[in-house]
Design a protein around this ligand. Structure first.
Ligand code: SF4
Length: 190
């Protein structure tokens, strides 16, 4: 079946598949370069994201922008999305049925973008894309390759804001992402 961006975005906008839609102001589908080589996936929209309809625009987003810029990547060169497109109440984690209901949209976005590298920001993102067994403290910084796409779990920027001591590890992960993108420049697309 052919997927197209306009259809995916309008499906998300009209979606009522889970209870999160009733409690949010608007859907936050994601944004960025539709052909990005680097895709970033977080958990779900927070307060600012819900207000503006854009992902990662609060304090976590500002930190993420700074971290990307430190490895020479502008936010507009990436595509940023979340596991769920509607804000969970009180910024709680999405429940498994909410995440499962929303994941088909993320899969369609990923199929359209065809990124070479995906950074999974936090345990929720890694759990629903790589494996439910992922533990972020144990598995961060480890690469998983699926069909030529390289995925790496790392800390969510909000965890770095809560515990700045984790920034050193997150920095290691970012440098590894930069190196992987460079290495993949030499490798033809799968
Ligand atoms: S979170 Fe996803 S599945 Fe649930 S209503 Fe919003 S767009 Fe639909």
């Amino acid at each position: 079946m052919r997927i197209d961006w306009a259809d995916v975005l309008s499906e998300i906008e009209a979606c009522q598949k889970c209870r999160l839609r009733a409690g949010c102001s608007r859907t936050v589908p994601g944004e960025g370069d539709p052909h990005a080589r680097l895709m970033l996936i977080g958990e779900g929209p927070g307060g600012e994201e819900d207000r503006l309809g854009r992902p990662f625009v609060g304090a976590s987003g500002q930190l993420l922008d700074k971290m990307l810029s430190a490895i020479g990547i502008r936010r507009e060169e990436t595509y940023i999305a979340n596991i769920v497109k509607c804000r969970p109440p009180m910024n709680r984690q999405p429940a498994p049925d909410e995440a499962e209901a929303c994941l088909p949209y993320l899969r369609k976005q990923t199929a359209l973008i065809r990124p070479r590298v995906i950074m999974l920001l936090g345990a929720t993102a890694a759990k629903y894309t790589i494996s439910p067994e992922i533990r972020i403290t144990r598995d961060r910084g480890k690469w998983v390759e699926r069909k030529g796409v390289w995925m790496m779990p790392t800390y969510h920027p909000s965890a770095l804001l809560r515990d700045p001591a984790l920034k050193r590890l997150a920095w290691e992960d970012l440098k590894a992402v930069r190196d992987k993108l460079k290495e993949l420049e030499e490798v033809p697309e799968p």
